[in-house]
Design a protein around this ligand. Structure first.
Ligand code: ADP
Ligand code: ZN
Ligand code: ZN
Length: 740
């Protein structure tokens, strides 16, 4: 609900300093509310802080007064409750949570942007007369008057000066004569203009879409908290359902938050939203300048903007009368903050926020996160299925190629199968497009035998030994076993001559491809080619407008992009993800494979997918090739249960970082013992090991995993962790990944 401005006599302020309790201050007549940003005196200094409570009486006698107000309003009331919940659930100090909630732009003092605006003051007839009395056509005052007579409402001073070529002094003279007015006008830096868009009407929904929409509308109208999982295959028209739900919410006067993965916050997604609504929409993305963000927040807070689209942190946008939250691709890892506490998942925060507001939360996915689907099965969420593609075109046909045969044929480790090459050639001839997907997320190095294709595994754990460059060792992530790569030999053929590090990069693929198809126009989209602002969009447009035949890419091309002319998708290395020693690796592989396949045949022509693998017998490959989530889920969930992984037990990952590895090891071992000594009965401790990413930004990284039946047990364990010098501790509740 909108919080009305108040003048409370006293307030509680949480300062941005190492003071973790709110302090009481006297208010000297400012209009303030929970969330206001203020300057307050503290130990002879003036420091910034956030108002976290309003009081009628002081909590002690001699309280100091507030110095000044930086930002009167920064959040809605529900956000303060949300912050409290986040602090308790993500085991993070409240102050740190607040810092996360407030956009950086509100922590500084940013000026509103104001421009001078010129309008007519005297009646038109008088102005015409005045202008006609000046005979010299080049007279600056005459030119200004004539220009203003042509403007209906007025004009920005800068534009007036530019168009008439006069200086500012004739304008000042005219103001003195009371013929025209010069006023300061606040301009808004945040808004996307609708000028370029023709509004597109809602599409007629098919039956499944209509049913899903109806369920959402029912809860919206009843003003009831509800979470609905919209489980729709790729291309089934989930977005159309969102758009019509948004429309309904707006007609009920409700505000809307629409979250998409960072990577999907592209022109394409934004265009689809802008072309449906004529009202103002705020787009919150990380490239906004502080000024732009400040303006967007002001617009949202004032209720002027009621539709907000953005990535993870947009979940904290202070939307007034928020009634609908949409989280598209809810399984996406980018909704989870992992680098910094609070390690929140915006999807879960969205559900809690919706609950506080009696709002509706829609989670959309073609491959829901296991926890989400599990909750839907247990009736915590509603579920709607979209089983058909909206444009009636069939799902692509997936061909699995066993690359071990290709390796045999070519007598080396093959990058492309013959089948894939033939199909690419066919597309080139027909003028259709091809996407080649190379997984990079699982792109850590391990060793593989070039004759038998055996990967080097740990004897104790049956997971791949991974290469740690810093120490030049192969290590088991689970038990800590290490080995010098020089001593590695194949368990099957016993040779140590044949062991190689595996895995090509996108650049290598590009080169190999150009060697085969000399005429083909090839584009590459990965972290290297999209480093600059706007380069992602540029590549996207280039490919969409058919300036290239083949697009090679990593995860970036898997999500959300809609290229109607792509009829072939090649998945070059499906396997590397499955080697990641993480309880979610099969789930992640399934999600990614389905998403990539979903890029094929979205237009008028049917699509095909060639999936290259050296593990064709793996169930996840088989299920993903058929987009058979249900069976995959049913098999995989048994394993989760057997090993007590989420959703059956709560999990918490404690990541330790230190500048020296010996220090890290000592602390990690100490902490493991501390946990073991004070273990709550329902807690499992997976002792200290190095992280898959052993060293990052000069810091060595290690971890301990905790699993428990009850959240309170996890919390008790985490509270045991002592502070230690030079050691950074990160507590990640509900970790999405437990390896890197
Ligand atoms: P998803 O978000 O489920 O992947 P999209 O919303 O992108 O699917 O829809 C895929 C395509 O189908 C889009 O081009 C969209 O415009 C179109 N579409 C969606 N709903 C309908 C409908 N009811 N009738 C016709 N076309 C539709
Ligand atoms: Zn091991
Ligand atoms: Zn071998």
């Amino acid at each position: 609900m909108a919080s009305s401005p108040l003048i409370p006599p006293f307030v509680e302020v949480l300062v941005d300093q190492r003071v973790f309790k709110p302090l009481c201050y006297e208010n000297s007549g400012f209009s303030l509310n929970v969330g206001s940003r203020v300057l307050v005196p503290l130990r002879n200094k003036s420091v910034k802080g956030t108002v976290v409570g309003c009081l009628n009486a002081a909590s002690f006698q001699k309280v100091a007064k507030i110095d000044s107000v930086l930002v009167e309003e920064s959040m809605t009331e529900d956000l303060m409750d949300l912050a409290k919940w986040m602090s308790a659930y993500y085991l993070t100090p409240f102050q740190k949570v607040l810092t996360t909630l407030l956009p950086a732009s509100l922590k500084k003092k940013i000026k509103k942007e104001e421009h001078y605006f010129v309008t007519r003051r005297a009646p038109i007839a008088d102005l015409i007369e005045a202008a006609s009395k000046i005979l010299d056509p080049k007279n600056p005052q005459k030119r200004v008057l004539e220009y203003l007579l042509m403007q209906e409402k007025g004009v920005f001073l800068s534009k007036l000066l530019e168009e008439t070529g006069v200086s500012k002094s004739p304008i000042e003279s005219l103001v003195k004569k009371k013929w025209i007015d010069l006023k300061k006008l606040e301009v808004d830096r945040s808004l996307f203009t609708h000028e370029d868009f023709l509004l597109s009407p809602p599409k007629k929904l098919n039956e499944e879409q209509q049913q899903a929409l109806n369920k959402i509308l029912l809860s919206l109208e009843a003003n009831k908290f509800h979470t609905e999982l919209l489980f729709g295959v790729t291309g089934s028209g989930k977005t159309e359902v969102y758009l019509q739900a948004i429309q309904k919410a707006r007609s009920l006067g409700l505000g809307v938050l629409y979250l998409v993965p960072e990577i999907a916050l592209t022109t394409q997604t934004i265009d689809r939203l802008l072309s449906r609504f004529s009202e103002q929409i705020a787009v919150l993305h990380h490239r906004l300048s502080d000024g732009e963000r400040f303006d967007a927040y002001r617009g949202i807070l004032s209720g002027k903007i009621s539709i907000v689209i953005g990535a993870r942190s947009a979940i904290f946008a202070p939307v007034q009368n928020l009634g609908l939250i949409i989280v598209d691709e809810e399984q996406d890892g980018s909704f989870k903050q992992t680098e910094e506490m609070p390690c929140y998942n915006a999807r879960d925060v969205a559900i809690v926020r919706a609950k506080y507001l009696k709002a509706v939360c829609v989670l959309g996915s073609a491959t829901p996160c296991f926890e989400t689907f599990y909750n839907a099965q247990n009736l915590k969420y509603g579920i709607s299925y979209l089983t058909q593609r909206a444009k009636q075109n069939p799902l692509p046909e997936v061909k699995i190629v066993d690359m071990r045969h290709e390796d045999d044929k070519k007598k080396c480790r093959a990058l492309f199968s013959d089948l894939l090459l033939n199909k690419i050639e066919d597309r080139l001839k027909k003028g259709e497009q091809t996407l080649l997907f190379l997984n990079r997320r699982g792109f850590f190095k391990c060793q593989i035998c070039t004759t038998c294709n055996e990967t080097l595994k740990c004897d104790q754990c049956d997971v791949c030994l991974t290469y740690h460059k810093g120490e030049n060792i192969l290590a088991c992530h689970l038990c800590g076993f290490t080995q010098d790569p020089k001593d590695a030999f194949c368990k099957k053929c016993r040779s140590n001559e044949t062991m190689r590090f595996q895995g090509p990069g996108t650049e290598q693929v590009e080169r190999a491809l150009k060697a085969v198809f000399k005429e083909a126009r090839v584009l590459r989209m990965d972290r290297d080619t999209t480093r600059h602002k706007g380069s992602h969009d540029a590549l996207y447009r280039e490919f969409k407008s058919q300036k290239a035949d083949i697009l090679i890419g990593t995860q970036m091309i898997a999500k959300g992009l809609d290229f109607p002319l792509v009829t072939l998708v090649g998945i070059l290395n499906a396997d590397s993800m499955l080697h990641i020693p993480d309880f979610r690796s099969a789930e992640n592989a399934f999600q990614l494979l389905s998403q990539v396949s979903g890029r094929a045949g979205r237009g008028d022509f049917p699509g095909e997918v060639v999936l290259q693998t050296r593990l064709p017998e793996y169930q996840v490959i088989q299920h993903a090739s058929k987009e058979d989530y249900q069976n995959f889920f049913e098999e995989e969930i048994l394993l989760r249960k057997q090993f007590d992984y989420p959703p059956f037990k709560k999990m918490c990952r404690i990541v330790l970082q230190a500048p020296e590895s010996a220090l890290l090891d000592r602390f990690g071992t100490f902490l493991t013992h501390l946990f073991e000594k004070n273990r709550e009965l329902d807690v499992d401790i997976l002792p200290y090991t190095l992280c898959g990413l052993t060293k990052a930004k000069g810091q060595y990284r290690g971890q301990i995993l905790l699993k428990a039946q009850k959240f309170t047990s996890l919390k008790k364990m985490v509270l045991l962790i002592p502070k230690a010098e030079k050691i950074k501790i990160l507590v990640d509740v509900d970790p999405l990944q437990t390896f890197f």
